[in-house]
Design a protein around this ligand. Structure first.
Ligand SMILES: Cc1ncc(COP(=O)(O)O)c(C=O)c1O
Length: 428
């Protein structure tokens, strides 16, 4: 690849390498417009009813979207929801998490993964992440299991699955349920299986910033009929009688309005048709980035788990200060100055959020962890050292769903990164 490696870095007054704005990703086309118009003309924008009958489970487009989704994702049940945050709350409620129960979760995720646990007055316990994939580290799980642990909430972060085989083994050993937060990784494969479907219950986000979206929205998937029914109940005010269910477990539940509208569902059907193309385009961009960046000393390109596929929600790299003698933050500033868009140097470390660190447990009446008041939950620094180090010193990520990343744009981006790493002496 040709680049002017010897030029002065933009951060030091040299020419900025990327001067133009990248194309922005927009997956909404005439298909979604036509589908929305059909719904609008029908006048029925939502066809859910919170009373006995077929419409307890939603309208025509909701049911059709769920039907198509479960076929594509090879899951027995698909339950649409108005966001994946709602989906996580429903999923955790559906596996019978009780106040004071502990749910293992990764800190390296979006806050909804832990907030959904808190919603049921259960307690998130953070498990550190793998060095190379940023997913929950199966080797760190057992040390966090206590007699109160009831479930593991696994997050398929950045576009690839967590290592499900050992996680399933541990869950079996300790009789734990698994919830799969696959918000960022629809269509990724884990050893021949579809990410999100290997857990007791899993699901996906359709917010605007995802590979496919409905504005806001989400989909729960499960092969367990009872969990599916409970999710349907929680989604629609928990009117147990509506499903003609005799099982006493399915009565007396708290439910909400987590219902997805007909327009969003009609859009979702069209978006689902575009999922494979959306994934392919990110994979092509990542392949080109890999080719252009893999030989840079001190920069590690994303690691893809063996026998798995990555759908590249983020292109997550690691910088080594030890090899380069330059701090990650200086590299990041230099990349920004070169005009590299959609690059970030931090991700969320949930266990360090003030809501956890400022109320360190013990005796607080406001937080569910006061329920286990013989236990101290240490949410501060040092609880997940790998996640903290990666966040503070090493991680550099490109948000792949923020642009179309055509070939020319990927080349420019690669040149900018190569330029910075070829002129490290200017930053030392
Ligand atoms: C890992 C993860 N979990 C949960 C969510 C919440 O999804 P939603 O925005 O659809 O509520 C997101 C959204 O970005 C996410 O990335």
């Amino acid at each position: 690849m040709s680049n002017k490696n010897n030029s002065i870095l933009a951060i030091n007054g040299g020419d900025k390498l990327i001067k133009s704005k990248f194309s922005s990703y927009n997956s909404i086309g005439h298909e979604e417009i036509e589908a929305s118009n059909i719904v609008l003309k029908s006048g029925i924008l939502s066809d859910f009813v919170g009373a006995p009958g077929d419409n307890f489970l939603g309208g025509k487009f909701v049911k059709s979207f769920e039907d198509k989704f479960k076929k594509r994702f090879q899951s027995d049940h698909a339950i649409s929801v108005n966001s994946w945050t709602s989906g996580l709350i429903a999923a955790i409620g559906a596996i019978d998490i009780e106040p004071g129960d502990e749910v293992l979760v990764t800190p390296w995720t979006m806050c909804a993964s832990a907030i959904a646990i808190l919603h049921w007055n259960a307690i998130p316990v953070f498990v550190d992440i793998e060095e190379d994939t940023f997913c929950m580290d199966p080797k760190k799980i057992e040390e966090k299991i206590s007699e109160r642990t009831k479930a593991i909430l696994v997050v398929d972060i950045f576009g690839q699955s967590a290592d499900m085989e050992p996680i399933i083994e541990i869950a079996k050993k300790y009789n734990l349920k698994i919830i799969s937060d696959c918000a960022q990784s629809p269509g990724a494969m884990y050893k021949g299986k579809i990410a999100g479907t290997l857990a007791d219950v899993g699901g996906y986000s359709f917010n605007y910033h995802k590979h496919i979206h409905t504005g806001e929205g989400g989909m729960i998937v499960t092969n367990n009929q009872t969990i599916a029914k409970k999710c349907q109940l929680i989604r629609n005010h928990a009117e147990a009688s509506m499903l003609n269910v005799k099982n006493p477990d399915l009565t007396n539940m708290i439910g909400y309005n987590f219902r997805l509208g007909e327009i969003e569902s009609a859009i979702g059907i069209e978006q689902l048709n575009k999922l494979d193309k959306a994934i392919k385009s990110r994979q092509n961009a990542a392949k080109l980035l890999n080719e252009n960046l893999s030989s840079i000393e001190g920069l590690t390109i994303p690691v893809v788990r063996e026998d798995c596929t990555h759908v590249y929600y983020f292109y997550a790299m690691k910088h080594s200060e030890k090899i380069t003698g330059v701090k990650r933050d200086s590299i990041y500033e230099a990349l920004l100055a070169e005009g590299v868009p959609l690059i970030s140097k931090n991700y969320q470390n949930l266990h360090l959020l003030p809501m956890f660190t400022q109320k360190q447990c013990y005796g607080s009446n406001n937080f569910p962890w006061s329920l286990n008041n013989d236990v101290i939950y240490n949410y501060g620094e040092g609880n997940c050292p790998v996640a903290e180090r990666l966040n503070n010193e090493e991680y550099l990520g490109i948000f792949m769903v923020g642009s179309n990343f055509n070939e020319n744009e990927v080349e420019m981006m690669s040149q900018a990164i190569n330029k910075v790493y070829s002129n490290l002496s200017e930053l030392a």
